[in-house]
Every structure is written in structure tokens, then in C-alpha cells.
Ligand binder design. Structure first.
Ligand code: 3HC
Length: 701
């Protein structure tokens, strides 16, 4: 087996080559390998310059994230970088693919950086709840200035090679993709010009750009986007140190702040999501090499807001879509909504006129099922009604070509029953999009009992093509997301009857990190929609108080935002508390015998989220989701949970399942067994002092 890091020399140029697939992460072996090779280069009298280069698809993509939960093992990355920089002979980083995080930090330890035109460089640690902790917060501001460095580190977004060269993060852009030859020519040119090691740590920082109030203003400018997150503030502190302290002291400060990040629940949650988002693409019983069905043309049945949004996803990636509606007026309306959505994106400068025209030209309309006969994938997106969906699938069975995938965009209904309306249940699958379907990144893919493996594999692959994060689930009412969302809404609703103001419940949920509180979301989705779902639910809890205010307000025509009144009243999109709702809630509470109580903010959070976690445990035991981390991905991508909580199951682990069960016991005493009996899996893990993560790891092993 080739060494993970190897040393070779051609003439007076040495090559330090890293070969640690898949992304050349800086594992212990890589760190010590680089250190050994740098020492060998320094001692090699024949070598005048060294090139740090990577094999495979990319330059170093960062520290090895799998090592972060393990004890530190030397050499530590900052030391390796200092050693590279200290070399008395020049070392050039040759970048291809993505030089990210510790990868870019290593490149900044080198004296010069060159990159192929397709390369990208960046410091994305913030996405893991971290900061660039191997001197990156000190080096990048010296190279590109404090403001630009903050933008790179706080956003985590990579820079394309040319932009990086223009900013100063890369010194030389190679003419083509021939990395080794280009980097060698560059190193020779440097030698010929008598270039000496250029050490970033010795460079001064552009103090002039950092006037009084600069950092406070910067904090304000990111306040909205960074709400609740820990790492962005830490990054700003590092750059403050960079401009105010000598390099060595500032590096010390960076290290302290990095360790604080590493120990934070935020970073644990965000690192958990990094792996969760990759794991959910893997289906345990569907091999990765399952042959896919070709999807070249798509049909969407139903041109309402949902159908239109779904169609846009395909057009956006160049796949032609036929939109089927029942009459010309509905079709015209559907196409006009799509056009309007695209026009808004053009206005915001996020879509060029040419792309707008290309997308629109890919979407055609039809009033006839015959128009969908040659499509490879047909997504039904009519409203949530079993009889209607079965009728449509019966029709699709007649017209669709053999092998076409028949997908239903249902949010709750039984995909197996829908499949039975066809003679090809193996081709039927659920594709549950989240509104607005052209914006939300989650796609719950629902496998029926008979769904063929290649239909699952093709659906997961197509989801990636249309830039969705797909999670595979099985058939149960509400699948994973909505099924767990019901207890959350149930508790929010119950609290309303108990006399707790909706704006307080929403504020507490928002402060915990939710994009929107449960009542705001209910009003946005439509109370009539929630009511309809409740009415279709065959196993709805036998409890007259269950979501009583949803039903009552719906009866009154208060559907939420769309009617200007729901749980709140609305001035435009501004939600205002409504004394009338408080009055009705009290009246209903009296009628139902629900006592008025006082609750703490902590109780609001416990009831909202522990009820959700408990349902998640039931879902796992039933095998409706493959892993707890899949559930977390659903909630972060589809329900506005903040990434720094990592999802409901990770939150349960973070709080400690023992504590979750103990709190549930309190509520069980108050409310009885119906909602607060801990799921057997939750109880078992709590009793053992275990976690969802440990349970999942044991199963995967
Ligand atoms: N450490 C460990 N494993 C990593 C990794 C890393 N830094 N980056 C990627 N991987 C693994 C993935 O988990 C995945 O494993 P799997 O195949 O078993 O699921 C495999 O490598 C391939 O990754 P992707 O599926 O993400 O491949 P892509 O080609 O889509 O993307 C990438 C490649 C852009 C490099 C992307 O993987 C990525 O963004 N990686 C993380 C980069 C990052 O965050 N770097 C900073 C790390 S923190 C740091 O450096 C701290 C330092 O400042 C001290």
C-alpha cells in the first residue's frame, strides 16, 4: 500500500504527496506524514523547493472530523503548519478540488499557493459550529484583510480560485487543470526569481480598514443570519485578537476560542448533522450500485402552488416537465404562478434572464393524460384526498409507459393504498415535498410495502439531482415529519386552552431556535388544512380537547394568514395577538374542563419537544425511519429546527434521555397516560443511561 504521505524528488523540486481518500482529511497519519516529509525536505540538500500536492479528487478538505470526539493526538495541526512555515526553503501548495478548513490553513502555512482554475478554497468550520483553529483566523486576515476574511469565515462559503487569487488568498492561478506540471513550472519560476520563504505570520495586518466600531458593526450586520449560533461570535473575537495582539498571543487566543467551540453543544449538533446528511443518502437494504431507471422527462399532475413548485425543481436542472391540469383556466393559473416565481428570482438578481427563459421553455402544459404517457417519472401533486389520488393513480396506470415511476406528493396518506389503485405497486412511491416546494430542501421519500428497490434508488438519486436532501421513510400516518409534528402542535394547542398566550409560546420556541413558533406555523400552513388532516386521521387520540382550537377557529372561518385571522389576527403578514382568541380558548377550556395553569418557559420547551422525541422513539422502534439521525435531518430541513440543536433526537441525547423521561413522568402525573407514557425504546435507553446515537451506532455496527 502506498504511503498516505510520500516524499519524492525530481531534480531540485521535492514533492510531498498526500493520498488519503476520499478527501485527504488531516488524520493523525496525514499530520505526522506531512511533518516527517517537511523534515526530510529541509534536510535534503538536493531539494531547493517543495510542492505540497494531493492525489485523488481534492486538496486537503480539512481536519478529520471523525477524530474530533477522540482525545487529542500529536502532532496537532497548528504545530505542523508552523513547521511548514518555518522551513528555510520555499514550500508551494498546489491546490485542486477544494482546499477547505485545515486544508486551506495548511496551504496558508506554505509560502506560496497556486491553484487550478476549477479549485475552490474556504474556511467552512462555522458550519460545524467551529472556527478555523489551526491559525486560519490569524492568517487569512493578513492575506485578504479583516473584513474579507470575516466574510469568508462567518459565511463558510468557499471562494472560486480566480476570486481567491484576486483577493490574495491564492498567489497564482494555473492556466489549466494540469496541476503537477503547472505547480512545478510555478515553483521553478519562483526559484528563478530568487523567491524566499514568505511567511504569513510575519505579515502585518491591514489596521486601517478596522476603524472604531468595526467589530460591533460587523456583529450587527450578521445578527439576523447568525441568530442563536455560537461560532460566528467566536470567529469575530479571533479577528479582534488578530488586529490587537501580537501574532503568537493571538494564536493562543484562537486556540482557547476554538476549544470553547469544540466543547459546545452547538458544535456537537452541527457535526452530528454533517454525518447525518451524508448517512441519510444510504439505504441499508438498497445497494449503492443498484441500477437506476433513466429519468429524462417528468410529468407533474396538478398545477397548484405545490405542483408548480415541484415542476420548477426539475426545470431548474434542465429536465423537461409536463404540467397536467384539469382545465385551461387552472393550467394558465399554474403556469402564471411559476412565471411569477421565476420573475421574482430574476428581480432579486438570483436568476439571469437567459436562465429564466430556459426554465420556462422546459415547462409545458397539458389537459390530457395522454400528454404524460412518455414521461419517466410522474409526480402527482393534487390536494390531500385519498379518493382523488386513487382515481388519478388508476388513470396513470392506464397511460404511463412501462417502468415509469409513479410518485405521490402526499403528506399523510397511505402510499400502499394509493399503490393498490394500480397494477404496478412496485413502481409507486411517495415523494413528500415541503412548501414552498421550489425552496424547501427536504424531500421525504416514502417506500411502500411493494416499492421496487430500483425505484427507491432512482428516487434518492433524483432528489440529489434536483438539490433536495432526501430521507427515506416508511408508510404510517404523517410519515416521520408530520407524525412527530402532530404532538408538538398538540401541546401548543393544549397550552392555548390552558390560558398560555400563543405569542409567548411562539416566542419561547423562537428563542430556543425555531424559525417560527408552532402557532405562527399553524396559521401559515392553514388551520383548515390541519383540521382536515386531523379529520382524516383514523387513529386520532380519543380526546375532545385534542387540537380543539384548530377545529373551533376553522369552524369560524379563521383559517390563519390566508383569511387575515387564525390564532393571531394579521395586518399584512404581521401577526398580532387577538383577545378574541384568548376569550374563545377560555370558553372552550371551561366547556372541556381544562384547568387554567401557569407554566415556566422550560416547561413550554419540554412539552413541545419531549412529546416529539417520544414519537420519534416509537417511529424508530417501528422501523419507519432507518436511523435517529435521519429524523434529525427531516426536522432541520423541513421544519425550521436550528442546525445548532442538531434535530429532535440529537437534542434528546444532549439533554439526556433520563432527563427527558423524568420530565415526561411529571406530565404523565398531570395529564394521564395517553400522551406521556414513554415509548419502550426511550425508556429502555434512559434506564441504561444510553442515547439514540449509541443505539444507532450499535445497530449499524
Ligand atoms: N473529515 C472526515 N471525513 C470527511 C471530511 C472531513 N473533513 N470531509 C468529508 N468527509 C467524508 C464524508 O463524510 C464522506 O464519507 P462517506 O462517503 O463515508 O459518507 C466522504 O468524505 C465524501 O464526502 P462527501 O460525500 O461530502 O463528498 P463531496 O464530494 O460531496 O464533498 C467536500 C466533498 C466538499 C470536501 C465535503 O465533504 C465537505 O465539505 N467536507 C467538509 C469540509 C470541512 O468542513 N472542512 C473543515 C473541517 S474542520 C477543520 O478543518 C478544523 C480546523 O480548522 C482545525
Amino acid at each position: 500500500m502506498a504511503d498516505i504521505v510520500s516524499y519524492s524528488r525530481e531534480g531540485d523540486i521535492a514533492y510531498i504527496t498526500i493520498d488519503n481518500p476520499p478527501v485527504n482529511a488531516l488524520s493523525l497519519a496525514v499530520r505526522s506524514g506531512i511533518q516527517q516529509c517537511v523534515r526530510r525536505f529541509v534536510a535534503d540538500a538536493e531539494a531547493r523547493a517543495a510542492i505540497l500536492i494531493c492525489a485523488g479528487r481534492t486538496f486537503i478538505a480539512g481536519a478529520d472530523i471523525t477524530e474530533f470526539d477522540k482525545p487529542r493526538q500529536d502532532p496537532w495541526l497548528p504545530e505542523v503548519i508552523e513547521e511548514i512555515e518555518a522551513s528555510p526553503k520555499i514550500i508551494v501548495a498546489a491546490i485542486h478540488g477544494t482546499a477547505l478548513g485545515g486544508g486551506l490553513e495548511t496551504a496558508m502555512g506554505c509560502h506560496y499557493r497556486c491553484a487550478v482554475p476549477s479549485a475552490k478554497v474556504g474556511l467552512p468550520e462555522v458550519a460545524l459550529g467551529l472556527l478555523p483553529g489551526a491559525t486560519g483566523t490569524q492568517r487569512l486576515p493578513r492575506l485578504i484583510g479583516p473584513q474579507a476574511a470575516l466574510d469568508v469565515m462567518v459565511s463558510g462559503k468557499p471562494m472560486a480560485a480566480k476570486a481567491a487569487r484576486d483577493a490574495g488568498a491564492v498567489d497564482h492561478l494555473l492556466d489549466d487543470e494540469n496541476l503537477r506540471a503547472g505547480a512545478t513550472a510555478y515553483a521553478r519560476k519562483l526559484l528563478a526569481a530568487g523567491a524566499k520563504p514568505r511567511r504569513i505570520s510575519e505579515m502585518s495586518i491591514d489596521q486601517a480598514s478596522v476603524g472604531a466600531g468595526f467589530f460591533d458593526d460587523y456583529r450587527k450586520s450578521i445578527a439576523r443570519e447568525a441568530r442563536g449560533y455560537f461560532a460566528p461570535g467566536q470567529i469575530i473575537k479571533c479577528v479582534e485578537a488578530a488586529v490587537s495582539l501580537p501574532y503568537k498571543d493571538a494564536v493562543k487566543r484562537e486556540n482557547e476560542l476554538f476549544l470553547e467551540c469544540m466543547a459546545s453543544s452547538h458544535s456537537r449538533a452541527q457535526r452530528h448533522l454533517f454525518f447525518a446528511e451524508r448517512a441519510c443518502a444510504k439505504v441499508p437494504d438498497v445497494p449503492a450500485d443498484t441500477p437506476l431507471r433513466p429519468v429524462k422527462k417528468v410529468a407533474v399532475i396538478g398545477g397548484g402552488t405545490m405542483g408548480g413548485g415541484i415542476a420548477m425543481n426539475f426545470a431548474n436542472v434542465g429536465i423537461p416537465v409536463v404540467l397536467k391540469e384539469v382545465n385551461q383556466a387552472a393550467l394558465d393559473r399554474g403556469l402564471a404562478i411559476i412565471r411569477g416565481n421565476y420573475e421574482n428570482t430574476v428581480k432579486k438578481g438570483r436568476l439571469s434572464q437567459a436562465d429564466f427563459e430556459r426554465c420556462m421553455s422546459l415547462i409545458t402544459g397539458t389537459l390530457d393524460y395522454a400528454g404524460v404517457g412518455d414521461c419517466d417519472l410522474i409526480v402527482e401533486a393534487v390536494f390531500e384526498n385519498m379518493a382523488l389520488k386513487k382515481e388519478i393513480f388508476g388513470e396513470l396506470d392506464r397511460v404511463a409507459k412501462a417502468g415509469a415511476i409513479l410518485a405521490s406528493n402526499t403528506s399523510t396518506l397511505d402510499v400502499d393504498e394509493i399503490a393498490r389503485a394500480t397494477r404496478r405497486p412496485q413502481d409507486v412511491i411517495g415523494w413528500h415535498f415541503f412548501a414552498p416546494a421550489n425552496v424547501m430542501t427536504l424531500l421525504e421519500i416514502v417506500r411502500g410495502a411493494a416499492t421496487a428497490k430500483d425505484v427507491i434508488a432512482t428516487s434518492m438519486a433524483m432528489a440529489k439531482t434536483i438539490r433536495k436532501t432526501a430521507v427515506l421513510v416508511r408508510v404510517c400516518f404523517g410519515f416521520v415529519g408530520n407524525r412527530m409534528f402532530f404532538p408538538y402542535v398538540r401541546e401548543a394547542q393544549r397550552m392555548l386552552l390552558e390560558g398560555i398566550a400563543p405569542e409567548r409560546i411562539d416566542r419561547v420556541a423562537h428563542d430556543w431556535g425555531m424559525a417560527m413558533g408552532p402557532h405562527g406555523v399553524s396559521d401559515l400552513s392553514g388551520l383548515d388544512v390541519l383540521d382536515k388532516v386531523n379529520n382524516e386521521w383514523k387513529q386520532k387520540p380519543n380526546d375532545p380537547a385534542y387540537c380543539r382550537m384548530v377545529a373551533k377557529l376553522t369552524e369560524m372561518g379563521r383559517y390563519g394568514q390566508k383569511t387575515g385571522a387564525g390564532i393571531y389576527k394579521y395586518e399584512g403578514r404581521n401577526a398580532l395577538p387577538d383577545a378574541e382568541v384568548a376569550r374563545i380558548a377560555k370558553e372552550e377550556a371551561t366547556r372541556l374542563g381544562v384547568p387554567q395553569i401557569e407554566v415556566s418557559d422550560a416547561e413550554i420547551i419540554e412539552r413541545l419537544f419531549y412529546s416529539m422525541i417520544n414519537e420519534g422513539a416509537l417511529i424508530l422502534a417501528e422501523g419507519m425511519a432507518s436511523r435517529p439521525s435521519d429524523i434529525d435531518v427531516v426536522f432541520v430541513h423541513g421544519y425550521g429546527l436550528p442546525r445548532y440543536r442538531g434535530g429532535p433526537m440529537q437534542y434528546g441525547d444532549e439533554v439526556g434521555l433520563k432527563n427527558v423521561v423524568a420530565a415526561m413522568a411529571k406530565y404523565r402525573q398531570r395529564y394521564g397516560d395517553l400522551y406521556w407514557t414513554p415509548a419502550p425504546l426511550l425508556k429502555e435507553l434512559a434506564d441504561k443511561g444510553s442515547s439514540f446515537r449509541a443505539w444507532s451506532e450499535a445497530r449499524e455496527a
